[in-house]
Design a protein around this ligand. Structure first.
Ligand SMILES: NC(=O)C1=CN([C@@H]2O[C@H](COP(=O)(O)OP(=O)(O)OC[C@H]3O[C@@H](n4cnc5c(N)ncnc54)[C@H](O)[C@@H]3O)[C@@H](O)[C@H]2O)C=CC1
Ligand SMILES: O=C(O)CCC(=O)C(=O)O
Length: 526
């Protein structure tokens, strides 16, 4: 296994990968073309905010299985492109939360007391005591937009500075905010009340230029704006105007629409503007935390398939994976079986978990089943990452239900697939610890091992038919390894599932279909 690191991360992370026998290549500051070359043959990619994981790069990544962000923001990763190629995208939430929150408070204090300007002035040999009259934060109101991990620590720290905290976050439960001592209100309410506004949302289409001229106009005269989240949440052109006109007293930015930011950015010419070059997470502690976390996550995924902190697949720990493995295998077999017997386009999929398996987190089993079910029907490569997305895009309704009882079994997985006028129902179970068996195919009860080259035959339930099937295969030199017959007395029909040692040719299949009493025969590969 090989991991490429393209942004600087702490050595502790690199060591974790090397200790696990993973080859690590550190190549920093690559151009897009150099990156396209470097990504070839690489299984894992570790980045921070500098490397852009574009659709173009993903296209060139022939072996890539996982992208790990040593940090939080993933706006530099084309997640849909990764989904398409089955690349798991992980970040390390929490590792730099304290640092980013502390940096925000540092910016609030620095901008309130003109610390950067006063430092620069003294370094020019001046002593401008009168010029730098500041303001206290105690007693002032801080308005937080986005009160997640970082926003909530900022709230706590600000309360320690005797600030009152109000917040806008449409996705947060009011009781949670109440427990933090934060008054949750709508955006206009926050803008009207706050002396300081600090944004802590991700950059999404919804938050792009969230703070713009209209919103600056709604703020108190002389408000101070801080952004240590993502460039692009604030419209920099509008911010420049609001600072220049004096509508806003000051602003402090750690992040910019275009990074690295150069002197071309007009904001840098303003006296009431302070900034840092995306330093929120740049502490020894945060860098160690995120490097260690991302390295462990990538190691565990590449070596054991464990998924932690992924944004495009459900998390599954090593222990859970060991418990789920037989069910994942069974789910895949049922999905593949369903895919090969359904005639029309898939409309609805229902997965029912019963017995022991119902107590587990079964999402990975449903995804594994879905992956095999969709594979023959779609042109693109289906994988565990994009299977649920493809199903949704195609309007396929997927539902999951669970019950503690499982008929006569200790565990049972039933998959119902509807398409056109047809519905097929297949159930499977795990015998012992890991022996998969199919136990139901529509109206038939059986006990078949789902594996290898198989033949699914429907025949009339009368003497001689099964013998003729055996003779037809035997005379074609095909050995029957296993055979299961399910009887449906009410319809005088049998279903036969045969496992053969060799692949059955189209000619032999036609021969089988020509036998008296054989009503249907189809090949299955499981
Ligand atoms: N400057 C730096 O070096 C660092 C920056 N960050 C950035 O800080 C930001 C926050 O990170 P976390 O707190 O870890 O994320 P989080 O996911 O824990 O919190 C984000 C919060 O924003 C809220 N939100 C989403 N859309 C919103 C909207 N339209 N209006 C109001 N609230 C909205 C969410 O409900 C959530 O509560 C991210 O953009 C992250 O990339 C994170 C670490 C370091
Ligand atoms: O890696 C860095 O220095 C920036 C961290 C950051 O912005 C994030 O984690 O979202």
């Amino acid at each position: 296994m090989k991991v490429l690191v393209t942004d600087p991360i702490a050595n502790e992370g690199i060591e974790i990968l090397r200790d696990a026998g993973i080859e690590v290549e550190e190549k920093l500051g690559l151009s897009p073309e150099e990156l396209r070359q470097a990504i070839k043959g690489v299984h894992g990619l570790i980045i921070r905010s500098n490397t852009k994981v574009t659709a173009d790069l993903v296209e060139a990544a022939d072996e890539l299985k996982v992208v790990g962000r040593a940090g939080t923001g993933l706006d530099n990763v084309d997640i849909p492109a990764c989904n398409k190629h089955g690349i798991v995208v992980m970040n390390t939430p929490g590792g730099n939360t304290n640092s980013a929150a502390e940096h925000t408070i540092a910016m609030i204090l620095a901008v309130s007391r003109h610390i950067p300007q006063a430092t620069a002035s003294m370094k020019e040999g001046k002593w401008e005591k009168k010029k730098f009259l500041g303001q206290e934060v105690a007693g002032k109101t801080l308005g937080i937009i986005g009160i997640g991990r970082i926003g909530s620590i900022v709230a706590q720290l600000a309360q320690g500075l005797k600030m009152k905290v109000v917040a806008f976050d449409p996705h947060i439960r009011p009781d949670l905010a109440e427990r933090m001592g934060v008054e949750l209100m709508d955006l206009d309410g926050v803008l009207a009340r706050a002396d300081y506004i600090s944004v802590h949302t991700p950059l999404t289409p919804e938050t792009k230029w969230l703070l713009n001229k209209d919103l600056f106009d709604k703020m108190k005269d002389g408000a101070i704006v801080v952004n240590c989240a993502r460039g692009g949440i604030i419209n920099e052109e509008d911010l420049y105007e609001a600072l220049k006109s004096g509508k806003l007293k000051a602003a402090a930015l750690d992040v910019f629409e275009k990074e690295p930011t150069t002197l071309e950015n007009k904001l840098l010419s303003l006296e009431n503007f302070i900034c840092t070059p995306h330093l929120g997470a740049s502490t020894k502690e945060a860098q160690e935390n995120v490097a260690v976390a991302v390295a462990r996550q990538i190691r565990d995924y590449l070596l054991n398939g464990e998924v932690r902190n992924a944004v495009n697949v459900p998390s599954v720990t090593g222990e859970a994976l060991a418990q789920l493995a037989p069910y994942i295998g069974l789910g895949e077999k049922i999905g593949a079986f369903q895919a090969q017997i359904l005639e029309g386009p898939i409309e609805e999929v229902e997965v029912i978990y019963q017995g022991d398996v119902a107590e587990l987190d079964t999402k990975p089993v449903t995804i594994a089943m879905l992956k095999e079910l969709l594979a023959p029907a779609v042109r693109e490569d289906v994988n565990s990452v994009n299977a649920p997305i493809i199903a949704e895009e195609r309007g396929i309704k997927v539902t999951e239900s669970k019950s503690s009882t499982a008929e006569d079994f200790t565990n049972l997985i039933t998959v119902k697939v509807k398409g056109g006028s047809e519905e097929n129902i297949i159930s499977g179970t795990i015998f012992g610890k890991k022996e998969p068996r199919l136990v139901r195919l529509n109206d038939f009860r059986l006990e078949a091992v789902p594996e290898g080259h198989m033949l699914l035959i429907y025949n009339e339930d009368r003497p001689g038919v099964i013998g003729r099937i055996g003779m037809t295969l035997g005379s074609a030199g095909i050995n029957i390894a296993r055979m299961q017959v399910g009887q449906d007395p009410s319809h005088k029909r049998n279903v036969i599932l045969l496992t053969t040692n060799e692949v059955v040719s189209k000619e032999v299949l036609d021969n089988l279909l020509a036998q008296e009493g054989v009503t249907q025969a189809r090949l299955l590969e499981l």
